[in-house]
Design a protein around this ligand. Sequence first.
Ligand SMILES: CC(=O)SCCNC(=O)CCNC(=O)[C@H](O)C(C)(C)COP(=O)(O)OP(=O)(O)OC[C@H]1O[C@@H](n2cnc3c(N)ncnc32)[C@H](O)[C@@H]1OP(=O)(O)O
Ligand SMILES: O=C([O-])CC(=O)C(=O)O
Length: 374
Amino acid sequence: MTDNENLESFDLAGVIVGETAISDVDGAAGRLSYRGVDIVDLAERPFAEVVWLVLFGETPDAARQAQLNRFLCQHARLTLEERQVLKLLPQHLHPMLMLQGMVPLIELPEAETLGVGLDAEHGLVIAAKISALIAAWYRREQGLSPLGGGPDDNFHQHFLTLLHGQVPDADAVRILDATQILQMEHSFNAGTFAGRVCASTLAPIQSVISASIGTLYGRLHGGADQAALEMAQSIGAPEKAAAYVAQCLAEKTKIMGMGHREYRTVDPRAKLLKPMAMNLCNDPDSRRLLDTLIAVEQACQQEFATRGKEIWANVEFYKGAVFHNLGLPTHFFTAMFAMARVYGYIAHYLEFSRESRLIRPRARYVPAREPAMA
Ligand SMILES: CC(=O)SCCNC(=O)CCNC(=O)[C@H](O)C(C)(C)COP(=O)(O)OP(=O)(O)OC[C@H]1O[C@@H](n2cnc3c(N)ncnc32)[C@H](O)[C@@H]1OP(=O)(O)O
Ligand SMILES: O=C([O-])CC(=O)C(=O)O
């Protein structure tokens, strides 16, 4: 227990609240590593390898990777009961609200088969089910039934098949692998920290993941991906970007996808996602979106420079342009983020549960000046 009675921070900025061996965010240098390996290297590795590394701190051999891919594909289907519950949900519920509500309802196995411990296995089942829930929700919006099968040797190939109803080309799978690897883990971000608070009460993993997903949804955190691309769509053209930025700053409105609590230079993930987006955005519509984003970034940096400050794009800024090219609608971007970040949540759950203590800060009581009710 901290014995400094006067310690105060309303937003915990810069306050160390725990230790982790899962990832390191070096905000000054603009570097991010998972288990000591730089994400620049990890972005090119097979997805299952990075999942295993993040979860268990070891590089898996080819047999383990194949086993994990099969496991995830096999669990990426919904039971009859899960489909029935899904059908009862309001038609226009945002995919993130659907996920937050559905995760605690997922049926989890009583025995393990992977030999990694029951909590880890439950986490992986939830991760697989999230992919099936996203695909089913996407198809429901189009009046289509969820699909049950597909190739089972590559998880993202399987997911894109469930989503679009046809086996994707190898490039699409590779792009999805890299994007999901880049957003898999990020130390004590708000969503992960919310999960740690939840886990500190000894709540089970499905409650923890649900709490994290609810926290990820907000526009200052994971929801900025949808908001950033919708911003570019509503600006409409690169020539209009400077006026938009000037107006936001005059009205003290945040520009989505810009700025970060930890990075004092460009977010290393944005640095990788921008050239990926540039390679992909070839048709006139996506090119205009991307050019608008680039113009917003430049205008933002120029405006901040006139105030003697710096601002940089974060992971959310160019990611949408990549997802847009994979045929994903904007309102599914944050759910895709959750589908990747869930491995980070599981890893933190496993790490934190080993030595958990109840997280419970303190508030200063400030009585209201007027009585709340007569
Ligand atoms: C996966 C992720 O969660 S990445 C982050 C995703 N979120 C976004 O992209 C939303 C837009 N960005 C933001 O709101 C912020 O940059 C945050 C919340 C991410 C980080 O914020 P903080 O560390 O709290 O910085 P804070 O909000 O105090 O900003 C510092 C200064 O920069 C300004 N600033 C920071 N980001 C932005 C922005 N995106 N647009 C305009 N001004 C900004 C603030 O207005 C503030 O100015 P001031 O000193 O004159 O008051
Ligand atoms: O760490 C943060 O505050 C936000 C972030 O970039 C992430 O969760 O990926």
